[in-house]
Write a protein that binds this ligand. Sequence first.
Ligand SMILES: C[N+](C)(C)CCCC[C@H](N)C(=O)O
Ligand SMILES: O=C(O)CCC(=O)C(=O)O
Ligand SMILES: [Fe+2]
Length: 408
Amino acid sequence: MNICLDGIWPLSRSVKFIPDIFLTHIHHGFNPVFEAASVCTLLDDCFELQYGGHVMHFNYVWLRDHCRSATCYNSKTNQRNLDTGSIDLNIRPTKTRVDEENLFLTWPDGHVTRYNLAWLAKNSYEGQKLSAIQPRILWNSEIYTNANVPSVSWEKFMSCDDELKTFLNNFLLYGIAFVEDVPATIDDTETVTKRVSIIRETMYGRMWSFTSDFSRGDTAYTKLALDRHTDTSYFQEPSGIQVFHCLRHEGTGGRTLLVDGFYSANRVLEQSPENFELLSRVPIKHEFIENLGTQVNHMIGIGPVLSVYPWNNEVYIMRYNNYDRAVINTVPHNVVQRWYVAHRHLTDELRKPENELWVKLKPGKVLFIDNWRVLHGRESFKGFRQLCGCYLTRDDVLNTARSLGLQA
Ligand SMILES: C[N+](C)(C)CCCC[C@H](N)C(=O)O
Ligand SMILES: O=C(O)CCC(=O)C(=O)O
Ligand SMILES: [Fe+2]
């Protein structure tokens, strides 16, 4: 049996390119960026815009829905007023007009919408496909080491917004970032973290601190080695960021392993698009079951190993935790075989020694890990070791980054 993994994206549609006799309007050189002519054409089932050397298409219901006039849109709150449910799904403009910078459409009820052409181009599907993906530097150990990413220091980090911005920029580029010279207490770790975002409380607590006392039903609370993994893959939305601060270690071993999961995912894509597709389309489960006596925790998270944006295949979450991966029971046996092949391919990439960045966390050095991208692990250790930290929600960290003017 041949299982087809083909999805419906982009939605197959038969576009009839019938130029509308009312409007084929040509402008020359009004766009300072592209220096290209724009051409607007009303087709039967969509509006076509040639702009900046690209052809873009806009559905008529979409155009009505995206009217930014004061009655349709509240520009103070950036919220839509228009009831999308009231738009005739076969709506067409009755009149059109174009000037140097704007398109004007008159709708059957007489309402006129003005669209800035540059705004349309920026917000088109084709424009999104062309737009740069989130700027990132995919790394292996050599790339990261050679980049000599400057770490920031506690005092400046706490007082200077530019320092926070540099830190967040590095975090967005590499998926890891360090703050040095932080006083080795839980309270100061919390203070440094709150500079970045609000804290995500989970069943592990808000700020947590752990040793090898097996106080929780998880291997993290032992002295054993932990292979590379992402945390909380058993949440429907895995924690976006993990913060670690090693407050004490009297003993040997216990180094931290970091691996850029997106670097390996990209290698899989380059070498086998089929394996990449399996990893991005087959949903699997991760599960956490713990009985504390006083409380039982049972978490289940469902999602593919690689979550990708359907319009450009950009990976945005990797869930990879072989310890916490649950029974696979939602995939037919022949796909399971192909999935294991794909999973092995990714595992082989993730395990290449050249992809491993080893760091010894010391008191004062706070590590922020993008838990949707960078895997962590640890070497086994001897002696007393105490680590504290917390989880952050990705939205909140990106919110801070955007407020400082970063693309995120
Ligand atoms: C970080 N902290 C010690 C609080 C929890 C560790 C959770 C470990 C779990 N196996 C996972 O990967 O999610
Ligand atoms: O002990 C460590 O260094 C990390 C353990 C771990 O993977 C975790 O707490 O999530
Ligand atoms: Fe972990």
